[in-house]
Design a protein around this ligand. Structure first.
Ligand code: IPM
Ligand code: MG
Length: 407
């Protein structure tokens, strides 16, 4: 079903040529020049950067520098290629995901995305909305497994809206199915019924293989964490959830070391704010995962802190902060770049298997926070308020100062 949906989406994409100037501009970046000569023996990866809209370009340019710096200590080099997506692509060539962006993404080793969307395109027709570009990209890359960690860092406990004793120590992972369910299910549409009234409809649909493959990723993830997996569904009402629960339960015997539980989504939403520490790994469908991961992010203090990894069976992964494009603060140097920097760490760890370089980035973020630097979204009295660029520079300094890495 997901494959059919992906194919359907593909046929909607008109081939459009991205003007040469777009690539030329990205090639002129200082980073490209510095990176032009590969040292012998170094590993080299091709990364497609999709800055997108709003604060996307600001945070991606910082994460790119952090990636390069962390890699340089571990014999890892990068070639970056910037391509348009979302509103930026709509303005440039009239579609939210140009063919050239898809090909570049597919041919690279990993993709780092900023954010998409903005007021300017809010009233566009459905197929010309920036969000469509992101959904098409997820389908094109077949990234069905979306990992969204929500960790309350001790430095930021007071930024959480929950009481310290509830928030402290929270460390959970939402494994969200990303290429199926109601986001892609057919039939869908808006039509006029027999009474002449408009009706909007969508389809929540999951095939057994789609459930099995995301459940396996979740069991494996839980196995590497604290061994607890909670599958979230609405099996008291929805047939798609009844099948979901049946398939997840059937797989449990293959993972005897993982303790499996089930929870209805309404209860899970409540439990997440009542006692979030009860969760280790959560696996759920596309739409419940969308909602619960935003909720989980707020436990950590700010959505500006949370990275994500979207993975396929083979082929490049897609790494992006879970926050949106924040058009209200775009271009004002106010955005928190840490979610994108941490997405770059996930890119290294899950996308390229470069765990040491990933750890360097994670450690550097902690050092910058330990040194008291905060963007507006995580600011509290007694800390140092900085802008997006300065926060990026602090992380870069911390990457530089921790040689050798603490792996
Ligand atoms: C997310 C976002 C997207 C989603 C939107 C922008 C299409 O909310 O990544 O969580 O709904 O998946
Ligand atoms: Mg969302």
């Amino acid at each position: 079903m997901a494959a059919a949906a992906a194919a359907a989406l593909q046929t909607n994409i008109r081939p459009v040529k991205v003007p040469a100037t777009f690539r030329a501009v990205s090639k002129q970046s200082p980073f490209r020049v510095r990176c032009a000569v590969a040292s012998p023996g170094n590993k080299r990866y091709n990364i497609t950067l999709l800055p997108g809209d709003g604060i996307g370009p600001e945070v991606v340019s910082i994460a790119k520098n952090v990636l390069r710096q962390a890699g340089s200590f571990e014999g890892v080099e990068f070639s970056f290629q910037e391509m348009p997506i979302g509103g930026a692509a709509l303005d440039l060539v009239g579609v939210p995901l140009p063919e050239e962006t898809i090909s570049a993404a597919k041919e690279s080793d990993a993709v780092l995305l900023g954010a998409i969307g903005g007021y300017k395109w809010d009233n566009n027709e459905k197929h010309l909305r920036p969000e469509k570009g992101l959904l098409q990209l997820r389908a094109a890359l077949k990234v069905f497994a979306n990992l969204r960690p929500a960790t309350v860092l001790s430095q930021l406990v007071d930024a959480s809206t929950l009481k310290r004793e509830v928030a402290e120590g929270v460390d959970l992972m939402v494994v969200r199915e990303l290429t199926g369910g109601i986001y892609f299910g057919e039939p869908r549409g808006i039509k006029t019924n027999e009474n002449g009234e408009e009706v909007g409809f969508n389809t929540e649909v999951y095939a057994a293989h789609e459930i099995d493959r995301i459940a396996r990723v979740a069991f494996e993830t839980a196995r590497k964490r604290r061994g607890k997996l909670c599958s979230v569904d609405k099996a008291n009402v929805l047939e798609a959830s009844i099948l979901w629960r049946k398939r997840v339960t059937a797989l449990a015997s293959e993972y005897p070391d993982v303790e499996l539980s089930h929870m209805y989504v309404d209860n899970a939403a409540m439990q997440l704010v009542r006692d979030p520490k009860q969760f280790d790994t959560i696996v759920t469908n596309n739409i419940f995962g969308d909602i619960l991961s935003d909720e989980a992010s707020m436990i950590t203090g700010s959505i500006g802190m949370l990275p994500s990894a979207s993975l396929s069976d083979s082929g490049p992964g897609l790494f992006e902060p879970i926050h949106g494009s924040a058009p209200d603060i775009a271009g004002q140097d106010k955005a928190n770049p840490l979610a994108t920097i941490l997405s770059a760490a996930m890119l290294l760890k899950y996308g390229l298997g470069e765990e040491k370089a990933a750890k360097r980035i994670e450690d550097a973020v902690l050092v910058a926070l330990n040194n008291g630097f905060r963007t507006g979204d995580i600011y509290s009295a007694g800390t140092k308020l900085v802008g997006c660029k300065e926060m990026g520079e602090e992380v870069l300094k911390s990457v530089d100062s921790q040689v050798p890495a603490s792996v």
